[in-house]
Design a protein around this ligand. Structure first.
Ligand SMILES: Cc1cc2nc3c(=O)[nH]c(=O)nc-3n(C[C@H](O)[C@H](O)[C@H](O)COP(=O)(O)O)c2cc1C
Length: 161
């Protein structure tokens, strides 16, 4: 699947079959995050891949539906870096697209994980000075959502507003 195809077909998937994901696929997904644009090339990130079922079961405090994910990637950022939120967001989107290209469903999970940031950081052994930006559950999709998107003509202007 080429990049545009993956961008077009990516949707947030919140139901998975429970099938495991090969390690080399997870490495390719994290590699896509590692290569994201980053302010001043600071790369203030670290990606924790969680495949252990007992740990994933604990992480579901962030969202019950992720229990059957084949893996969860936690994006850990250094908030001392000026563009840590933007950098982290770029890395997350790259990984969602890479997961799609490899045939998996995934979801940007931030709302509830931030609420449980301290508990999740403790579970994963993340140092106090770092931030947990997002969790990305990834798995073989058990649903094919297709939420409405604004049409291109509504969001595109040429030359001026
Ligand atoms: C910053 C951000 C935070 C999000 N947080 C959550 C979340 O906590 N739980 C969730 O189920 N989806 C979350 N999402 C996914 C959005 O709900 C989803 O992208 C949106 O509904 C559009 O659907 P699509 O991703 O299928 O295009 C988040 C997305 C972004 C960009």
């Amino acid at each position: 699947m080429d990049a545009l195809e993956a961008i077009h077909s990516r949707r947030s998937v919140r139901a998975y079959t429970g099938a495991p994901i090969p390690r080399d696929h997870l490495e390719q997904i994290v590699d896509a995050g590692r290569l994201a644009a980053t302010g001043n090339n600071r790369q203030p990130w670290l990606f924790i891949v969680i495949t252990d079922r007992a740990m994933i079961a604990q992480l579901k405090i962030a969202a019950r539906w992720m229990e059957k994910a084949g893996a969860v990637i936690a994006i850990v950022m250094d908030p001392g870096s000026r563009w840590w939120v933007e950098d982290g967001a770029a890395a997350v989107e790259n990984m969602l697209i890479a997961a799609t290209a490899l045939g998996y469903g995934s979801c940007w999970l931030e709302g509830y994980s931030l609420q449980f940031e301290d508990r999740i950081k403790a579970l994963l052994g993340v140092p106090a000075g770092l931030r947990l930006l997002t969790l990305i559950p990834i798995g073989v999709a058990a649903e094919a959502p297709n939420p409405d998107k604004k049409p291109l003509r509504e969001v595109l202007r040429w030359e001026h507003y």
